[in-house]
Ligand binder design. Structure first.
Ligand SMILES: [Zn+2]
Length: 284
């Protein structure tokens, strides 16, 4: 992507090196947590050690590398681009003023409005505090473990999470969670897939308009994005981790579906094409 001269979003909390809430509880808090684990059959000593190491290294020894700093700046620029695009789309569609989400950069563990999370959770959006959480090491993992590297692929991940924020603002997120109440696990997962595919579509919408605004897309970018979407498809990930595929357990969509919806947003730029809820599930 071409991002020279682009502004960085100011809606970013850089909590890298500050650790999650657990790491700052001190010895009293850690022991209480440790005892609970003991009762549940775990070994509190492992936990205490991890916490001690975690709080030491995260509060005093963290210095971002030049590469991490570049990724932080990149993420702030991508977020700023999504702010521009969605502010304009909300205005054009009469959806009111776009309420910008916040983004928290963290390392290791983080306390969110939706509970505590670690890097292994992967990037996520929490509607309770309208914030996107991301540990930048996820981008490295995408490259080394998922074969899904490239700046446009990373931007797609951020834009996808922002897509969930758009769903929150439009009431889609709450509507889906309401409808999931009476559903079986299988049907509930299918609703989840529809939600995720729409977030992929919204990421495509962002890319289309960001490119229109700034000529940001370079040769190879689209392929990077479509490759990432397909590498993180449920079928691909399940096959990789367990050697077989369980379609009823899908909750993000297959490789083909994810790249199809990202592409649909990318090629049309029209939010009206993003209804992933009306079509039959087999037609997604
Ligand atoms: Zn998602």
């Amino acid at each position: 992507m071409k991002l020279e001269g682009r502004r960085e979003s100011s809606n970013v909390d850089d909590r890298r090196g500050k650790g999650g809430k657990k790491a700052s509880l001190g010895i009293g808090g850690t022991i209480i947590v440790g005892l609970i684990i003991w009762f549940m059959g775990g070994n509190p000593l492992t936990f205490l050690t991890e916490q001690a190491v975690g709080s030491f290294s995260s509060t005093s020894n963290y210095t971002p590398t030049a590469e991490e700093e570049a990724l932080a700046s990149f993420s702030k620029k991508i977020l700023a681009g999504t702010e521009d695009v969605w502010t304009e789309i909300f205005r054009q569609n009469g959806w009111g003023e776009y309420q910008k989400p916040r983004m928290v950069l963290f390392s290791g563990a983080v306390q969110s409005g939706c509970g505590s999370a670690s890097s292994s959770t992967g990037p996520f959006y929490c509607s309770a505090d309208q914030t996107v959480y991301i540990d930048l090491s996820f981008f490295k993992q995408m490259e080394s473990q998922l074969d899904a590297g490239g700046d446009f692929a990373y931007a797609y991940v951020i834009a996808h999470e922002v897509g969930h924020h758009v769903q929150y603002l439009l009431g889609t997120l709450n509507e889906v969670h309401r409808r999931q109440q009476g559903l079986s696990k299988k049907e509930s997962n299918q609703m989840e897939v529809r939600l995720e595919l729409q977030a992929d579509f919204y990421a495509g919408i962002w890319a289309y308009h960001d490119n229109k605004n700034f000529n940001s897309i370079e040769d190879g970018d689209i392929d990077e994005g479509l490759n990432a979407a397909s590498q993180i498809g449920d079928d691909r990930l399940q096959m990789k981790s367990q050697g077989y595929v369980v379609p009823d357990a899908f909750n993000h969509g297959t490789s083909a579906q994810r790249s199809r919806w990202l592409k649909k947003g990318l090629s049309t730029g029209n939010v009206a094409n993003g209804d992933t809820f009306s079509a039959a599930y087999s037609q997604l």
